[in-house]
Design a protein around this ligand. Structure first.
Ligand code: UTP
Length: 412
């Protein structure tokens, strides 16, 4: 018998996942090899622990307190000039790069390709990727500097993403400045803790959340590339907000002025009920508290000016010093569990489709890295200038609302 197969069998026996090889004989040789490699690369111990912990309530009591922030709109002229000068110098010295996190599945949007290929419906029409690229081209014209652009994709959408850039000639941005890297995946499991399958007989895995960006930057050589280029500051932002400021000199200047390792961009929470995570201090370290974690009483607390004490929404626009990325990349971020609706093949080889959530997906979140950073600054931006999320097919945070916000901001 094939020794690789025997070794895989042992691993599966240990973790009670014997069903994984049930249909092995039906696979062609290359799929057989792929399946065995999947088995060797998956951390089944981790999957077992994650499953066992799904229904455990964490008793760790975190001490939550408000976090200080700098309000962009309240900066004095002198502060602005100082930050602008410091920030623009970094760009001019080629010490700045951008990472766009484009590895998400975009299930809520329901677009058939990678989210960045979504056409926003502006005139002339552009994809989200092109909209971002335009911003980098603007910087190129302004400073005569080509900002390196790294795009995090997933195994699922990488090929299509690269093909989209190729087809569009990298939107006339220097091709050598654009690099793609694939984020890690983690298996999805059913309600009994069994790994599930895709229709081609392989283990169904999903991207491991936007917190996976740090580890993937290391593994893929992006960190090495950044260091080789002497880049010091890296903006890491989402693909699903056409108002993301890819380059914010004030943010960079603030980081330098305050000797910070990172800066998180916030916008004011609309009302205490809005379902967003907000910046805070957790056990005295910078963090984000999710709306599910915060009590009603805390979410309604206001300061002397009548502003919400926990009102700085995290919009996933994050600036990191390379030292911060090196620090975070060496530590593991915790996994969070999401109960999701998925179509898959079960252990009996039957196709399972459901209108209700039917399996577990595990994800890490970028903001879980913040507490590892002692000096992190929060910069409050203006909602209309920074935030037009494209999350849902329709209604709130949909292409329609994002398009309106984009058009209003760019007056187009
Ligand atoms: P979301 O958390 O909104 O997830 O991503 P999503 O996968 O795009 O959409 P749903 O939840 O399936 O509908 C916020 C940002 O983080 C990126 C997304 O591409 C988006 O830019 N992301 C998310 C990743 O790059 N990888 C992930 O594993 C998850």
């Amino acid at each position: 018998m094939n020794p690789k197969y025997e070794k895989a069998k042992q691993i599966l026996n240990k973790y009670n996942q014997q069903h994984v090889l049930k249909f092995y004989d039906n696979l062609d040789n290359s799929k057989k090899e792929e399946l065995l490699n999947q088995i060797f690369n998956i951390d089944f111990e981790q999957i077992k622990t994650l499953y066992e912990n799904i229904n455990k309530i964490e008793h760790k009591q975190n001490e939550i307190s408000p976090i200080e922030y700098t309000d962009k709109s309240k900066m004095t002229q002198r502060e602005k000039e100082n930050y602008l000068e410091k920030g623009s110098n970094i760009i001019k010295q080629n010490k700045y790069a951008v990472v766009t996190m484009a590895g998400g599945q975009g299930t809520r949007l329901g677009h058939s390709g990678p989210k960045g290929t979504f056409m926003l419906g502006i005139n002339p029409d552009k994809s989200l990727f092109e909209i971002f690229c335009d911003k980098l081209k603007e910087i190129k014209n302004k400073y005569n500097v080509v900002v390196p652009w790294y795009l995090m994709t997933s195994r699922e959408n990488n090929e299509e993403t690269v093909a989209f850039f190729e087809k569009n000639n990298y939107f006339n941005y220097p091709k050598e400045a654009v690099k793609f890297f694939i984020q890690d995946e983690i298996p999805m499991i059913d309600m009994q803790g069994k790994v599930i399958f895709t229709e081609n007989g392989l283990i169904k895995q999903a991207a491991n959340g936007h917190g996976g960006v740090f580890e993937s930057m290391f593994k893929s050589g992006v960190v090495d590339d950044i260091k080789k280029k002497n880049i010091e500051w890296i903006f890491i932002g989402p693909v699903d907000n056409p108002l993301v400021q890819m380059t914010d000199e004030l943010m960079l200047g603030l980081a330098i002025e305050k000797n910070a390792m990172a800066v998180g961009k916030s916008i004011v929470k609309l009302n205490p009920e809005e379902k967003v995570g907000v910046f805070c201090k957790k056990n005295n370290n910078p963090s984000v508290v999710e709306y599910t974690e915060i009590t009603k009483e805390m979410s309604e607390m206001r300061d002397d000016n009548g502003e919400l004490l926990y009102g700085e929404s995290h919009i996933n626009c994050n600036l990191f010093n390379i030292k911060a990325i090196e620090k975070i990349g060496n530590e593991k971020l915790p996994y969070h569990t999401a109960f999701k609706k998925a179509t898959y093949i079960n252990e009996n080889g039957e196709i399972v489709k459901s209108q209700e959530p039917n399996c577990y997906k595990f994800e890490t979140f970028i903001f879980d890295s913040f507490e590892k950073l002692k000096n992190m600054q929060i910069l409050r931006g203006v909602r209309e200038e920074e935030f037009a999320p494209v999350k849902n097919k329709e209604g709130l945070d949909s292409p329609e609302t994002a398009r309106k916000l984009y058009k209003a901001y760019y007056n187009c």
